[in-house]
Structures are given as C-alpha cells and as structure tokens.
Design a protein around this ligand. Sequence first.
Ligand code: GRF
Length: 208
Amino acid sequence: MLRVVVCVSGGGTNLQAIIDGVKEGSITGAELVGVISNNPGVKSLERAANAGIPAFVVRPKDFAVRDDFHKAFMDKLAELKPDLIVLAGFLVRIPEEMCKVYPGKIINIHPSLIPSFCGVGYYGLKVHEKALERGVKITGATVHFVNEGMDEGPIIDQIPVRVLEGDTPEVLQRRVMEEAEWKLLPKAIDDIANGRLVMENGRAVRKA
Ligand code: GRF
C-alpha cells in the first residue's frame, strides 16, 4: 500500500476527491495516512476527520522564524512515513530540502495549463482572475511532480477547460475543479500507486 499524505490549506475539495476515490475504488493500492494543514479551522480538517484520517495543523505563524516552521513541517511528514505527498491546494511554499528528501514523491495540482498562469503570485483564485483578465478562451488544470522550482516540475497530465462568456473567477474556478482537478489528481495517485507512473531523469514517465 502506498502511504499517501495530503497537504491542504482550505476547502479541501481536491482532498475529498481523493478520499472518495479511495473509498469507491477508482484509486487502488493507496492509503491516506495523514492530512497536514497550515490553517486551523478549515473544511479540509473536517473532511479528514469524517474519513477517519489523522489530521494535523502546522502553522507558519506559530514559529518565530521560517526555518523552525520548515523543521516542524518536515518532522511531521517524517513521522507519517509517506511514499507520496500530495499538495492539494496547499498554498505554502514548501521547504527546499523537501524535494531532496522525497525525490519523485511529491505531486501538485495547479489550476491552469502550465506554463500559463503559474509561478510566483499565481495561486488559488488569483490564477483564474489573471486568466479572465488576459481573455484566454481555454484554461484548465495541470498535475505535476514537484521539483525545486515554482510550478516547474515534470508535467504528468493536463485537462483543458473552456472559459465561458460572463465567467467570474469563482465560477471559472469551480468549473476547472469539476472538469479537471478532481479527475487529474485521483488518476495520478492511482497511476503512481499501481506502478504506471514515475518520475525519471526529471520527466514524468508512463510504464506499460
Ligand atoms: C484548487 O483550485 C487548487 O488547484 C488551488 O487551490 C484550490 C484548492 O481547492 N491551488 P480545494 O482546497 O482542493 O477545494
């Protein structure tokens, strides 16, 4: 069983898609061993509790310096012994050493078609605001392995989503979640858990 830890910051609809995938059997060979949130009181924690998954809050604000937060976060991860770490709407920049400690074992979901609308400053609703500002007609989501760069890791898969007349950032965000994110992330976890997908030489490689 692949031990999966999910890192979250907010609503946790992606976390829910993973929980449902494991429960309904579209994700096999994986168990959710922990959820880490940087925010207390978020719906993600409720979702974890309802699913009986141990959940923890590690909050930057509780530490005087960033390095101490990083250490606490890395210690919590180490305790959970993850085979795969899933960043599912995790809005905190991860410690640099994390990629070295868990090479090819971290994936992220980003709500645009990378390399559009990604990198520093592009997170959460902002991504959709920028897409609407630019007037693109197609956006989407990307699931990728995480490396030291910001949204720069090897792309695993992408799903395009059409932007519609009158979309607000909130409406577009919801459509991107429904049509892309909630499909991409569970599928990537299932593929990794079943040995069909690995990171090799800085690329996402599919195995027969
Ligand atoms: C998602 O759109 C994710 O891609 C982005 O933040 C949002 C988090 O949603 N980075 P949720 O917490 O999974 O509901």
